[in-house]
Design a protein around this ligand. Structure first.
Ligand code: DC
Length: 225
């Protein structure tokens, strides 16, 4: 069967990764969480006190970063590794979330991440989610989805996710972080978040996981027929 590239872009906490994971499982495709790559770079910068306003420091740091995804059989999903260390959980911490949009707006960081992402898509059969996947990374992807959801629903979802790991998180902090990230992601100079002209909008405010999967699978099937 022919293999395609599926891109899923949208605002923070719209359920992009849930859908991307579901789709990859159904189609036996590779799932790549591009946001995890920007998060892992941010973690490296924070740990190593890299000033991301300083281009030389950024370039030197990027030369020392290796990002890989490995499939975790037990969890049934891929996890991100930074220089050989599994950082899948660390990169979800609020301290990383607070800085990641700033780091992701950096030109050298984006060039580094986009080149790695394009390499991963060479063999097709891939679902990648992020902010610029349908516009910059794979402008010729066969299927592009753009996800949205009501902001209050998005805050609630992210709160539940983070609360499960750390009951001290506050809903106000999460709301402020989401709003700030949306603002930076949409207004940055390089590859800002926007819907590709040929992307299909999927608003999942009132959809279950199963319903959003069926919606996307129908689009895949239409392309295959
Ligand atoms: O999808 P996420 O919340 O894990 O993404 C973290 C941040 O990374 C997000 O605030 C913006 C940035 N990002 C990006 O600029 N481009 C992408 N393709 C994916 C994420």
């Amino acid at each position: 069967m022919k293999k395609i590239i599926i891109t899923i872009d949208g605002y923070s906490s719209c359920g992009k990764s849930t859908l991307a994971r579901q789709l990859a499982r159904e189609l036996n495709y590779v799932y790549v969480d591009s946001g995890a790559m920007y998060r892992a770079i941010t973690l490296y910068f924070l740990r190593n006190h890299i000033d991301w306003q300083n281009p030389q420091q950024v370039r030197e740091a990027l030369d020392n970063i290796e990002l890989e995804f490995f499939f975790n059989e037990e969890k049934g999903g891929s996890e991100i590794f930074l220089n050989g260390e599994n950082v899948e959980y660390l990169v979800r911490e609020l301290i990383v979330a607070e800085k990641v949009s700033e780091v992701a707006a950096n030109k050298d960081v984006r060039e580094f991440a986009v080149a790695a992402q394009q390499k991963m898509g060479e063999g097709k059969g891939i679902v990648m989610d992020g902010r610029d996947i349908g516009t910059t990374v794979f402008p010729h992807a066969e299927l592009k989805l753009f996800m949205t959801a009501d902001p209050a629903v998005r805050v609630e979802r992210r709160y539940k996710e983070l609360y499960a790991k750390n009951p001290n998180v506050s809903i106000e902090d999460i709301k402020a972080n989401l709003e700030l990230r949306d603002y930076i992601d949409t207004n940055r100079e390089i590859s800002p978040l926007r819907k590709a002209d040929d992307a299909i909008v999927l608003d999942n405010t009132h959809l279950t996981h199963q319903q959003q999967l069926q919606f996307a699978l129908k689009k895949v099937k239409e392309l295959m027929d």
